[in-house]
Design a protein around this ligand. Structure first.
Ligand SMILES: Cc1cc2nc3c(=O)[nH]c(=O)nc-3n(C[C@H](O)[C@H](O)[C@H](O)COP(=O)(O)OP(=O)(O)OC[C@H]3O[C@@H](n4cnc5c(N)ncnc54)[C@H](O)[C@@H]3O)c2cc1C
Length: 456
């Protein structure tokens, strides 16, 4: 096994400073990296990208998916069960525990603050507390607990903080950071918006759609059939899938316009229509999306400012009783705490990546087993010139067999010829399995749809 040094970040009031410890730990999970050598001739014709970056969250062992969803037949109350603390020693946070906005950055942030409040209500002065995971939920919990007198340590399996938020900052390649995870915020995400404003992080609004088929531009498909199908399904005695609800309502999920719309839903929420519940359906993407165009790492860094963060420190075992919690770190160390907040993704909990002793109660295990982990992947491409002359910022491919059907064109808002593809569901899992050359070729082939003479 290749060995690397463990990094311990120790906050020192004015900022987070890195202190390298010399102990050996397994190499952290591979994280998506920008490709500095795009191939000169893309498959599918058209101009070659001058920068390329892609994600592979579906196969990343620290994520094993992108966003939790509620599968057919599952109650959203499962999220409350997952969020329930155990013996006032173990607390749970992370987007999957937020029933209001699961699968989102806002939900993750809120869950971290909620778990921290629950822990504070149980904790005594000066107790030793650990947080497992330094994504938005873990960072929000750390921020709430930082100045409370508790002795706090965050354990993170990767060699960076942020989890499913990752801004690639590279001024040579990307005029705006390439965002490989969460980066679009909703109108209700006031906490995140306030933090972005306070840190002076740039945002831009993407709201002008363009729907393109092989014949050229077509009318936007109506979202009404989906809304009607959900309403009808919610009157049934038992839950059915969104795909079944559409079929029962006389709509054909394979019809090109509806299929393109459902691809956008999957790329925004994670599940395909045949997996998603009609009773607790994925949210339809709003017309206007606010995109973060700056470094989201600054938000994370501010939240954990002053907190001890141990990077490349995967927690492999959590042993708990009425007296406290012992954490087994993958390096072999075992450390004792009074209370612990677990924020790892649902995909990690489902994979048995962490052994709990004793086993978690049925309520938690049931929730972990029945909630779904959806797949979303993203690909960023920068060109010397915009691919086509348009003010449209959200492009949809109607028909055809390309996997990546939804694209954000950042040129109108940033002035840079950057295209961002998003893909969800089973197509995302397939995309994650591609190597970089094949992923780039798939992206270029998908973009060729929009460069046909009829489209332009
Ligand atoms: C491609 C993609 C696009 C998305 N788009 C959006 C969007 O536009 N808008 C939006 O609101 N949301 C979006 N999301 C969802 C959003 O990013 C997540 O909901 C949110 O970031 C999850 O935060 P979290 O803290 O719950 O989990 P995470 O960020 O996953 O944090 C959990 C942390 O635990 C760590 N960990 C895992 N296992 C261990 C272990 N054994 N020991 C120690 N640490 C461990 C992980 O490395 C990670 O850092 C997107 C997600 C993806 C992947």
């Amino acid at each position: 096994m290749k060995m690397t040094r463990r990094t311990l970040l120790v906050g020192a009031g004015a900022g987070v400073i890195g202190v390298l410890l010399a102990s050996c730990t397994p190499e952290p999970a591979p994280t998506p990296t920008p490709d500095r050598s795009p191939s000169p001739t893309p498959t599918g014709g058209g101009p070659a990208p001058v920068a390329f970056a892609r994600s592979a969250w579906s196969t990343d062992p620290s994520a094993l998916g992108a966003a939790s969803f509620t599968p057919v037949g599952v109650q959203s109350a499962s999220r409350d069960a997952l969020a329930t603390s155990i013996r006032d020693r173990l607390f749970f946070a992370g987007e999957a525990t937020d029933a209001d906005a699961p699968g989102t950055m806002a939900g993750a942030l809120r869950s971290g603050t909620r778990a921290a409040e629950e822990l504070l209500a149980a904790a005594g002065a000066g107790e030793r507390v650990a947080i497992v995971g330094a994504g938005l939920a873990g960072a929000a919990a750390a921020s709430r607990l930082a100045s409370t007198g508790l002795v706090l340590t965050v354990f993170e399996s990767r060699d960076r903080i942020g989890g499913r938020v990752q801004s690639i900052v590279d001024d040579e390649l990307w005029p705006v950071p390439a965002q490989l995870g969460g980066w679009l915020i909703g109108a209700d995400d006031t906490d995140l918006s306030e933090q972005l404003n306070a840190l002076d992080i740039r945002t831009g609004v993407l709201e002008t759609p363009m729907w393109i088929s092989a014949e050229g531009e077509v009318a936007a498909p109506s979202t009404q059939p989906i809304a009607d199908a959900i309403t009808a399904a919610q009157a049934l005695p038992a839950d059915i899938s969104l795909a079944q609800a559409l079929a029962d309502a006389g709509a054909d999920p394979a019809e090109p316009g509806l299929a393109a719309l459902l691809a956008y839903v999957a790329a925004s929420a994670g599940p395909d229509a045949d997996q998603a519940s009609s009773w607790f359906p994925p949210m339809l993407p709003p017309d206007a999306r606010t995109a973060v165009l700056g470094d989201l790492g600054a938000v994370l860094a501010q939240l954990v400012d002053g907190v001890k963060v141990s990077l490349s420190s995967a927690v492999s075992r959590v042993a708990y009783d009425d007296a406290g919690v012992s954490l087994g770190i993958a390096t072999g160390e075992s450390l004792s705490f009074d209370r612990v907040i677990i924020t790892v993704p649902l995909g990690v909990l489902q994979s048995d990546g962490i052994e709990f002793a004793p086993k978690l109660p049925f309520a938690q295990r049931g929730a972990i087993a029945e909630l779904g982990m959806g797949f979303i992947e993203t690909v960023w491409l920068r060109f010397d010139e915009p691919l086509i002359d348009t003010e449209a910022t959200i492009w949809h491919a109607v028909g055809g067999d390309q996997k990546i059907r939804t694209w954000f064109n950042l040129a109108p808002v940033t002035g840079d010829a950057i295209m961002v593809g998003i893909v969800g569901g089973a197509d995302a899992a397939e995309f994650a399995a591609l190597d970089d050359a094949a992923a780039r070729a798939a992206a270029m082939a998908a973009l060729a749809t929009f460069m046909q003479p009829a489209a332009a």
